[in-house]
Design a protein around this ligand. Sequence first.
Ligand code: FNR
Length: 184
Amino acid sequence: SAVKVAVLVGSLRKESFNRKLAHAVERLAPPELSFEHVRVDNLPLYNQDFDQDYPLVCRQLKEQIKAADALLFVTPEYNRSIPGVLKNALDIASRPYGTNAFAGKPGAVVGISVGATGTALAQQHLRNVLAYLDVPLLGQPEVFIKFSDGLIDDEGNIGPPDTRKFLQGFVDRYVAWVRGHAQA
Ligand code: FNR
């Protein structure tokens, strides 16, 4: 049966390597999975005063996430953590207290960076946040990719066969993880 995946990309950059990585993952997935990119660029900075009367765009974000069966986080590393724009979206969609849109939805975290750590430290921070937000996260394989020329093109085609095979292995595990957590 069809599985809807909400994709959160932690970069707003037009030529984002992480958005290309997201497309690469999508291309390697079976057709039963449909991927919808969640906008994080149109959100206000979270303010707890919102909780009295949540802004429309914030409610729309939450509805989009609630309508998904699974989550995919594709994020750069900014100063050894996740970009503020992603944290802001996480804060917005988790509030007001007791209405966390992410709860129970299976997910995975992947990322690509120009640094040798391949977003490992950002992903570790994100895992900490998502544990609190009750997101069952795939443990392995971890996907820490270091950017190099010719690695991924604009359509999400991966150049090196070993990288493609590695990412296919991740996608296969992710699909099984999502299916295993299917909500009745
Ligand atoms: C970076 N970058 C970076 N890379 C890394 O591996 N570890 C890090 O801690 C940081 N820190 C950092 C902070 C800030 C503010 C910027 C703008 C960049 C470099 C980063 O990997 C590179 O800009 C990527 O291209 C960002 O991902 P997107 O936008 O291409 O998806």
